[in-house]
Design a protein around this ligand. Structure first.
Ligand SMILES: [Zn+2]
Length: 274
């Protein structure tokens, strides 16, 4: 009898632990073969009603025709910290993510459900985790001091996936966080308001990142070059140089800053770019 009870208790616990990864999440999950995301209750009842549907717990194979905006609106802040470098051109190179100040060993969390497609050292990125969320959406987490996941792991939203560090090309402990749609890097600040530690409301109405980018940045502003709204004039700058660097026109810069084409730029003066 005692043995039987032990077996029942063991069974209950192993069943509970199987589901534990879904607990604490009030968000929707996406199940292969179903167009719309569903709640956990719906998911659980589905398992009993349609036994022929093969659903492996923990596997979130996302459908390509679900608006990724829906996913973005449910993103989880990967780390809580101050933005120290923004997405956009930096020293003649493209900075393809947002840098967030961290202390060594701080926990980094998965922004959304998905599959880990990389958890290893990768050139200047140092130790890097990449999570594929389906829908062509990926997030990347670089300069880690340690990994909490392996390639091939399925992760849930908010799951600890790594520890902050400064591996690769990094001068300080920080998280370099990237969001990609169709392999193209977008400004993570389109999705997150890092300052207030939340997801932007605009994500709810956007179909995908490209559309979100269009909604949040002025027309004609190229997808891969983003962020700075202001520019501080340096020695040797001219309106022409600045307009070239930020893909705008002298005319626009003049209109935004009450200048004319012959205005003298003082070093240190701050210009509106958009
Ligand atoms: Zn970076």
């Amino acid at each position: 009898m005692q043995k039987l009870i032990a077996v029942i208790i063991f069974f209950l616990f192993s069943t509970l632990s199987l589901y534990a990864q879904y607990v604490n999440s009030d968000s929707l999950i996406i199940v292969p073969g179903f167009e719309m995301p569903m709640t956990l209750n719906e998911f659980d009842s589905l398992r009993f009603e349609s036994p022929e549907t093969e659903i492996v717990p923990g596997q979130f194979v996302l459908q390509p025709h679900i608006p990724s905006g829906k996913i973005l609106s449910e993103f989880y802040l990967p780390s809580d910290g101050k933005v120290i470098s923004r997405f956009g051109p930096r020293n003649g190179r493209m900075h393809s993510g947002t840098d967030i100040k961290m202390n060594r060993g701080d926990t980094i969390f998965a922004a959304y459900y998905g599959t880990v497609t990389r958890a290893k050292y990768y050139y200047g990125y140092g130790n890097m985790v990449v999570v594929d969320h389906g829908n062509s959406l990926e997030t990347g987490y670089a300069h880690l001091s340690g990994f909490l996941v392996e390639t091939g792991d399925n992760v849930v939203k908010g799951q600890p996936i790594g520890l902050a560090g400064r591996t690769g090309r990094a001068t300080t402990n920080h998280l370099h966080f990237e969001i990609r749609e169709g392999k193209r890097a977008f400004n993570p600040e389109l999705v997150f308001d890092f300052e207030n530690g939340k997801v932007r409301n605009e994500t709810q109405s956007a179909y995908n990142l490209t559309e979100l980018h269009r909604a949040l940045t002025p027309a004609g502003y190229s997808v891969n070059e983003a962020t700075p709204q202001h520019y501080k004039v340096r020695s040797g700058d001219s309106l022409w140089k600045i307009s070239r660097r930020y893909k705008t026109s002298i005319k626009t810069l003049c209109a935004l800053n009450n200048l004319n084409e012959n205005s003298v730029l003082r070093v240190g003066m701050v210009l509106k770019l958009y």
